[in-house]
Design a protein. Structure first.
Lengths: 182, 201
């Protein structure tokens, strides 16, 4: 498998997105504030109700990576907010790449798609994300994309099995960071 | 439900020295959790807080004023003071609300060990009497009594030395400085210190 096409998800991608989301929550409980059982208990419609406005928004995006057969194998979301004093901020969240699509730069291309999109959003000046502090490869990926850590949140998550997860808080300032080398 | 009187936004108190002082130095204020009966007092003080310290709150006072009051009241009743969530208020002997702090708990299973303090404000005329420490301490005591709550977070403008010292005295430590949390309409940039107190430490 070589480089994988990336495009924004639309409302028609919901089924694939939902399936990948559940896989992400199941395989990496340490990487998400949402819990698999809780998400399932809340029901598919609850998640779909959050997905649909993002898929139809011009400001927010969920980018997807697809195989040549059209199978969704990676996602990353970027969203802004409506508050007057924090409209300059966007957040990347829900990043996940299926094992079959790893090691070929899919993760980097998803993050770059989010960054490129944010650069085109009027007034967007910075992008924040959080990442489990022990996930060194993800931290390195974000650093290569221009993010820097501004703090570590102690015990950001406690997993159902009792594991405690610290999270690095990272930011990319769009108005001072140089464009990424292509 | 009558509309609560809103502060006169064209003539806001900007410093304690310009105010008559209804709270005499050394006056003892009493702290308690707010109930539905305190809605109007809380809303009024909240609007004064947003209007007089735009650098301290993410919500803009114009957005708060534009909001449907019944909806705001509904959120107060069904969220801000429901379940484990509380707003603690400090009252003068005359029953005037002069200090407030909210504490909330996430519904998410992986975040149930965490509570967040927000919406802290002390009316100018009541400052210097330990009202801030009183409402923060009430929040901490409340969190300590809840099974499974292990830590409390708070965010504070990095330039607000007085507030930062207050949180430090209450046991909070900074774990991050968030660049440009707020961008005010006049272009002022506000960084924010993120602080936490570990209750099991």
């Amino acid at each position: 498998m070589t480089s994988i096409p990336i495009r924004p998800l639309t409302i028609h991608d919901w089924d694939a997105c939902w399936a990948l989301r559940l896989q992400a929550l199941r395989d990496h409980p340490d990487a998400f504030g949402s819990d698999l059982d809780e998400t399932l208990a809340a029901g598919e419609q609850a998640s779909k109700a959050r997905f649909m406005p993002m898929a139809e928004s011009t400001r927010d995006r969920i980018f997807g990576a697809f195989t040549e057969n059209g199978v969704l194998v990676g996602v990353a979301g970027i969203m802004g907010n409506d508050r007057r004093k924090t409209r300059h901020r966007m957040d990347i969240w829900g990043m996940y790449v299926a094992p079959s699509a790893r090691g070929i730069g899919t993760d980097r291309r998803l993050i770059e798609a989010c960054i490129d999109h944010a650069r085109g959003v009027v007034g967007a000046l910075q992008i924040h994300l959080t990442v489990a502090s022990h996930n060194a490869s993800a931290v390195r990926l974000y650093e290569r994309c221009g993010f820097r850590r501004y703090g570590t949140e102690p015990r950001a998550l406690i997993l159902p099995d009792g594991r405690e997860i610290d999270e690095d808080l990272m930011v990319l300032l769009l108005d001072t960071a140089p464009p990424l080398p292509s | 439900m009558p509309l609560p009187a809103t502060p006169d936004l064209t003539n806001l108190p900007d410093s304690p020295s310009t105010q008559t002082l209804p709270v005499q130095e050394g006056t003892t204020t009493a702290v308690r959790a707010l109930t539905e009966n305190d809605w109007t007092s809380w809303w009024r003080l909240r609007l004064l807080a947003l209007a007089s310290h735009p650098d301290a709150y993410a919500q803009d006072v114009r957005d708060a004023l534009a909001e449907d009051v019944d909806q705001a009241r509904e959120r107060f009743l069904t969220h801000r003071i429901q379940g484990d969530n509380r707003i603690f208020g400090s009252f003068t002997p005359d029953g005037e609300l002069v200090g407030i702090a909210s504490i909330t708990r996430s519904d998410l299973r992986k975040l149930r060990h965490r509570m967040d303090i927000s919406g802290v404000y002390v009316a100018p005329a009541a400052r210097g009497n330990g009202v801030g420490a009183q409402v923060i301490t009430a929040c901490i005591d409340h969190a300590r009594a809840i099974d499974g709550v292990l830590q409390i977070h708070v965010g504070v403008a990095s330039h607000n030395d007085t507030a930062i010292r207050l949180y430090e005295r209450c046991g909070f430590d900074r774990y991050a400085r968030e660049p440009r949390l707020l961008l005010l309409p006049d272009g002022t940039v506000v960084d924010e210190d993120l602080m936490v107190v570990m209750l099991d430490a």
